[in-house]
Design a protein around this ligand. Structure first.
Ligand SMILES: [Zn+2]
Length: 378
């Protein structure tokens, strides 16, 4: 058995090389649906064609970051504030408490700044092609996507449900990339002596990731370890090599399009959540830093938008209680304040105003979040 095996084209019956993406004779696309063949050949830049799955995720990750910078402003490219990251798709516990589960998908694509995204893209170009070469484009994409989404869920469960953090935020494709490293490590082991070099390289990356994670502050180790184990587990059970049967190809195509559908839906939900609200603060108390250097000093806490927004919501609550009616502007100032300062009291104040406006479901959600922000499970 080797990669140059011949097979017959399932469409026209011509004898062709088993790895050929298109039949020489009838031009049918053989590595999935005709739609995939069309998209890959017409939309993917030629430079990325050698590892299309890796290339597609590089484009998605860069596109998502461009979207974040577009909304949060050019300076945010250096380092996004906690507020901007939460508004633009991070795993943000008050949002998850409110049922924003799309954050598990968007957070695995979003990044916190140029250094973060550059490092992850570099690691993706190293581990991605290894997994793609060993399996195929679609199995690599599923491994990357599923490791990313589930690693964010693991991180949430570990930090919020097990360790009892009430405010938890995480962002980045590192969980997905750890999945690729774990997957590449397992598949290299499955290859035996031929995979020894890759196995050692992936082991070095794993050790580096663990040491870096426990030395550097703010690293989501739960997402890294969770992603690694999920990727390794998938690589252990997935059949190696190009999928040859038409039925299996179709199943993988459906799963891959399903994954891309989730990605698109998470971006759409993030934009709907953002609609009408700012993505960055003018007077943020959090300074913008890059590699430990302050690029833009934060506003003094007393004069920051954090404090101003709390005051605005309190004023709105007082005015609404006095007049007995709630205006759109009053409601908005509290809905904005809870995005900036996720404290139980602001959630309860906003719930009060929403209730008065007849938005019972929203009020219930906000009260539920307020309760979660007070009582940690441990
Ligand atoms: Zn053919």
């Amino acid at each position: 058995m080797n990669r140059e095996d011949v097979k017959t084209c399932p469409k026209c019956g011509a004898l062709i090389s088993a790895n050929l993406p298109r039949c020489r004779q009838c031009k049918a696309y053989l590595h999935g649906t005709e739609l995939e063949g069309f998209l890959l050949e017409h939309l993917l830049p030629a430079r990325l064609a050698a590892s299309p799955g890796t290339g597609i995720f590089m484009l998605i990750i860069m596109g998502y970051f461009a979207l974040m910078v577009m909304f949060a402003g050019p300076l945010s490219a250096l380092s996004l504030s906690t507020f901007s990251a939460a508004e633009l798709g991070s795993t943000w516990s008050p949002g998850i408490f409110a049922g924003e589960y799309w954050r598990f998908v968007s957070s695995s694509l979003a990044h916190g700044g140029v250094v973060h995204i550059a490092f992850n893209l570099w690691a993706l170009t190293i581990a991605g092609p290894v997994v793609e070469e060993a399996f195929d484009r679609k199995k690599m994409m599923l491994l990357f996507g599923i490791s990313g989404i589930l690693s964010m869920a693991v991180s949430y469960v570990v930090y919020v449900e097990l360790l009892g953090h009430t405010i938890h935020q995480s962002v980045g494709a590192s969980g997905a990339i750890s999945g690729l490293i774990g997957g590449a490590f397992v598949v290299a082991r499955r290859m035996g002596p031929a995979g020894r070099q890759i196995e050692h390289a992936m082991w070095r990356w794993t050790v580096f990731m663990l040491v870096f994670g426990f030395v550097a502050p703010g690293v989501d180790n739960a997402a890294h370890v969770g992603g690694w184990l999920i990727g390794a587990g998938m690589a252990l059970v997935m059949p190696v090599g190009l999928t040859q049967t038409v039925a299996a190809q179709r199943a993988l195509s459906v799963a891959t399009f399903g994954l891309l559908g989730l990605v698109i839906a998470s971006v759409a939900l993030m934009l709907m959540h953002l609609k009408g609200f700012p993505a960055s603060l003018e007077n943020d108390a959090e300074p913008i830093t890059i590699l430990g250097m302050v690029v833009k000093p934060g506003a003094e806490w007393d004069y920051s938008d954090q404090v101003t927004s709390i005051r605005d919501c309190q004023d709105a609550l007082d005015a609404a209680n006095k007049s007995g009616t709630v205006t759109d502007a009053q409601l908005y100032s509290c809905e904005l304040a809870l995005r900036i300062n996720p404290s139980p009291s602001i959630y309860r104040a906003t719930a009060h105003l929403e209730e008065a406006r007849g938005n019972t479901a929203r009020a219930d959600t906000l009260r539920r979040v307020a309760a979660r922000l007070v009582h940690s499970p441990r």
